[in-house]
Design a protein around this ligand. Structure first.
Ligand code: ZN
Length: 183
């Protein structure tokens, strides 16, 4: 569409900025609110996975597959990879590189070992990064050289937060062993 001169195979990119970590005195309050509202139910019913490398990768792959289907992105080849801060832009939690010609994309998320929060909360935040980056991918056909990236980021934050809240409300009501196995 646009006459990009980029020769990168990964021709497009978006990053997810770190919102509140160690920056806002409100963050513990936000975390507390989240915990009271949703997290304990989910942790108890789903059985939050351990944060060992293997189970974290399994968790991320399963959530990627879920959101890929939910966002109707099955025609894309997607993968997710944990990244250390040195591989991400400063103050970001992840990014996505996509190649629209090959319909392939890689989501990078901050590695669980680099999170300062406890394991279940870290995994939940990593899932938010996955959703966030996939929303960027969903909106990517709209992007032009004139796109205001700040506006895009704001919209992506709102959409991904809303999607994940809905999904977590849904999960919180799934308490049967069958639901647990299907995950
Ligand atoms: Zn973003």
């Amino acid at each position: 569409m646009t006459n990009s001169t980029s020769r990168d195979i990964m021709s497009q990119m978006s990053v997810r900025y770190r919102p509140y970590f160690n920056l806002s005195p409100l963050f513990p309050l936000v975390l507390l609110f989240t915990s009271v509202g949703v997290a304990p139910v989910r942790a108890a019913s789903v059985g939050a996975p351990e944060c060992a490398a293997a189970s974290t990768a399994e968790f991320l792959n399963s959530r990627l597959a879920f959101w890929q289907q939910r966002l109707n992105l099955q025609d894309w080849k997607l993968s997710v990879s944990s990244s250390h801060p040195s591989d991400l832009k400063p103050e970001t939690l992840g990014n996505i590189h996509w190649d629209k010609d090959n319909k392939s994309a890689v989501v990078h998320v901050l590695a669980v070992s680099d999170y300062k929060m406890a394991c279940p909360a870290a995994l939940e935040d990593m899932e938010l990064t996955v959703v966030h980056e996939l929303v960027h991918l969903t909106l990517s056909p709209l992007r032009t050289s004139a796109t205001n990236r700040t506006d895009e980021e704001h919209a992506v934050n709102q959409i991904s937060d809303a999607l994940l809240k809905l999904e977590r409300q849904h999960r919180a009501h799934e308490t049967s062993p069958v639901a647990l196995i299907q995950r």
